[in-house]
Design a protein around this ligand. Sequence first.
Ligand SMILES: [Zn+2]
Length: 274
Amino acid sequence: MPELPEVETQVRDLQKIVGRRIFALSSNTKKAFTPAFAKFKKKIENKKILAINRRAKFIIFSLSEKLVLVAHFRMTGHFLLARNSIPLEKSIRHFLKLSGGVWIQFSDIRKFGTLRLVSEKDLEKLPEIQKLGIEPFSKSFTLAKFREILRSKKGRLKATLLDQKIIVGIGNIYADEICFAAKLHPVSKVEKLTKKGMENLFHVIRNQLRKGIRNRGTTIGEFVDVSGRAGKNQNSLFTYRRHGQPCKICGTTLERMKIQQRTTSFCPVCQKKF
Ligand SMILES: [Zn+2]
């Protein structure tokens, strides 16, 4: 599933279509739309794209007439930019024809991706937006704030990292990499983290996400940028899906376990459990 760095990579690429007008929408997977397709199509056509931003793993298109398109990739979604409506991939579900001879194609093998159209004032009222935790790159995410958040939490470190109500954007890939980079076992209890441990974790979270963005995402499966190019972060992973292979630091065979039904890979030597 695309996580913060993958969604951020797509959003930054999509900035180049800001200012274009949406001429037409077509789809072969109409269940993705809220409101229902016919109403959605009528509302979005002829609107201008004023801005494109990310909130957690949502892609937020600000449109003219105070409308907002809220897209989510879920398992396998991504946008592609094209010069025509010839599908760039087999799994293209939706097409948006824009001014200037540009098409947005939405690829989604598993068909779990969603597109929602709301008014600007209703965006913050959406339950899935309301329940989101803090953005790791926002000004309000400071070390003091992070300590305050963690002090009120109990449980396993990896489960805490995956919880979108606490910090947004971290999924299975970056959670495993963050635990390894912080030298913490994924089942470590967050309530037992030392002050120093919290500080280290705070920096590791941002560094790992930044590294993912710099590498234009992790491509294991479907993720590509809007030009169809794979990311590079999969080439420099330390633990994610590497169980059975030697630790790149100490050579010990990496182990795996399930945490919240998610396969978790870790080094039993480098990562301290407490
Ligand atoms: Zn190791």
